[in-house]
Each structure stands twice: as C-alpha cells, then as structure tokens.
Design a protein around this ligand. Structure first.
Ligand code: BGC
Length: 340
C-alpha cells in the first residue's frame, strides 16, 4: 500500500488543494481531493489486464467549484432533499436554503462538497476531517465529522463516516461518485442488481412523498440483474418525474447492489449499513468534457448513494436523520471491485 500527494491547484479563494492517492499491491488506486473530500479518480483492474478509471471527475478545482453534479463529493450534512427546506427539532423550527425549487438539496449552498477538509494520510487510509460550525447552512450544533477512505488488499474502497455533535442535529452523509465501469460513454448497458423490494415514491420535485411502492412489476425491479437502459424509457410516471432513475431504494440487507459492465468486465459490489440507496442515472448531468477530455452527460454514469431515506423528517415511519448531542455516529459503505 502506498500514499502519495500532488498539488491540485487552488480554490477561487486561494486555498491550496491537494490530491491524495492510495494504491494497493494489485495497482488499484483512488485519488481523493481535500476540496469536498472528493473522489477524483478510481482506477480498478479491468478484464483486459489493465485499469479503468470508473469515476467521472474534473481536472481542475475551478470545474469542481463552478459545475453542477457533486461529482465524487462527500455530501452533508444531510444528503438529498428536505421538503420545504425546513424542519423542527426540539420545538425549534430551522429554516434552510431552498437550493432545489422549494426544497433543500445535499446540505445547502456551501455544503460539505464545497469545503476544505484536513487530511491525515496513513498507510492504507485517508482520513478527512472538518468541524462544521453551529448554524452552518442553518443546521444546529457544531458537528465534528470525518470521512475515512480505505483501500483493501481485495480491491475494495471502504468509506467510513464518523460524526459527533454538541447539540441535537440532522445528519445523513453519503458519497456522490458517478460510476462508469467503462470509463466513459453511456451506462445503459451496465447490468444493475439492487437488493430492494420497495422504493420511495417521488413527487414532481424528486422528493419522497412518504409512500413506499413495491418494485415488483415496475421498471424499478432490479432484484435480478438487468441493463439500466432496459426499462429507463418505459411509460411510467415515476420515471418521468425523475427524468430517469432518481429514487431511494429500500434495502433489504447489507448487500445493497451489484453493478457490472459486460464491456470492461468490471464488477462492483456495494455493501452498506445504511437502510437506503439513491439510484441516480445522471439525468441532470450537463453534457461537457470531464477529466482528460472524458465525455460526460446524462446517462453517462450511475450514482449509488447509500443513505437514510430522503425527507426523513417529514415522512412518518422513515428512519430518523436526527443525531443526538454527544452520541457518536459511525457508518460504512464498501465498493468492492472484481473482474468477471
Ligand atoms: C439527486 C438528484 C440530483 C443529483 C445532483 C442526486 O443525489 O437525487 O436529484 O439532481 O443528486 O447531482
């Protein structure tokens, strides 16, 4: 296992950004930026005996700062949407930024993905930390948070989240990597299997309504592996609302999903302790060049964002995103790669 660091330019405010790379014995590597604790590169062994970079990304900090999509970033404090951009906790009403129509998305305007993190680089892991001050983006409590990226000898990228708040607050952390197991082009031929019997119904703004719908007999049935593109164009109100897949799946266990590309032979297995996973087929990604001229656009990647169900404060019965003062939070998701 080896760690290396490379300067990655500066933010508009002049802060130096560093790219930290972990590489294991088989040559798999991950590069994470201290801007947004962002996965910038994820190079995994492919079926041709080489490596494929399976994460979309940019070459410069300026692109990460100015472009949409949250490519590869750590998302917080609360991933995905909070309806009406407000919530009450302990009898107090908290008002958040409406940065997605009437709703609050991915932690607000200057959320975790747009912040500098400090990095402690150890032998097989990178530990990114920051203190999110009380009131940041409207959330109560000073939150000490760290995200640990570990590369294992058997080619897994493990992302562990730890957080501790001094007041009751909301937390729902995830990573927003756009996976493309061919390194570029459409992912409609990728086979996806998701261990879920139900998914969250969305309203027209991609906000869960609180109803859980069975996947059986719908385009959302990924219980057996099928190409992402097979049903994505089906005549289905839920798909129209998202412009494709942009839904939280209710996971039936810790084996969340398997993604496989018959073209590159790369298989990715996702395991998590989270109860939900957003399957997002990059419907809103603008068409433009990414790193090394890599083309990217709608349907050129799939995000598998492990999480608590979005809008959890407003939907009866959803797992609660409340983190109580002084209670440590720990959560882990692993992305394991193999060749088939
Ligand atoms: C959301 C999408 C949103 C995207 C932003 C996803 O997690 O579910 O609705 O457009 O992030 O990149």
């Amino acid at each position: 296992m080896a760690v290396s660091t490379t300067p990655f330019g500066r933010t508009a405010a002049g802060e130096p950004v560093t790219a930290f790379t972990l590489k294991n014995e088989s040559g798999m590597s991950v590069t994470v930026l201290d801007y947004g604790a962002t996965v910038q590169t994820l190079a995994v062994p492919n079926g041709a005996g080489g490596f494929t970079d399976v994460a979309l990304g940019y070459d410069t900090v300026a692109e990460y700062e100015s472009r949409d999509g949250y490519l590869g970033a750590t998302i917080g404090r609360v991933g995905n949407r909070i309806g009406g951009a407000r919530f009450s906790l302990g009898g107090v009403e908290y008002v958040l930024a409406k940065n997605d129509g009437e709703n609050h998305l991915h932690g607000g305007v200057r959320s975790f993905d747009k912040r500098m993190w400090s990095c402690d680089a150890r032998e097989d892991r990178l530990v990114f930390s920051r203190l999110s001050p009380d009131g940041e983006e409207g959330y109560p409590g000073a939150l000490q948070v760290s995200v640990t990226f570990t590369l294992t000898a058997d080619n897994a990228l493990v992302i562990a989240y730890d957080a501790l708040s001094d007041k009751d607050t909301l937390v729902n952390l995830t990573n927003h990597t756009y996976f493309n197991l061919n390194g570029g082009g459409a992912v409609l031929d990728h086979l996806l299997q998701v261990n879920a019997q139900r998914f969250c119904e969305n309203d027209g703004g991609c906000l869960p309504t609180g109803r859980l719908l069975p996947v059986a007999g719908t385009p959302f049935d990924f219980r057996a592996a099928k190409p992402i593109g097979r049903d994505i164009g089906a005549d289905c109100e839920q798909l129209r609302r998202g412009g494709g897949y942009d839904h939280n799946f209710v996971l039936s266990g810790t084996d969340a999903a398997v993604l496989y590309s018959p073209v590159s032979g790369v298989e990715m297995t996702v395991t998590t302790d989270m109860p939900g996973m957003q399957v997002y087929s990059a419907n809103g990604l603008s068409a433009r060049p990414g790193k090394d001229g890599q083309s990217m656009g709608p349907r050129d990647a799939v995000c598998l964002e492990t999480q608590l169900f979005p809008n959890g404060m407003n939907c009866y019965g959803f797992p609660s995103p409340v983190l109580r003062a002084g209670k440590p939070l720990h959560s882990e998701t692993a992305f394991r790669f193999a060749v088939r």
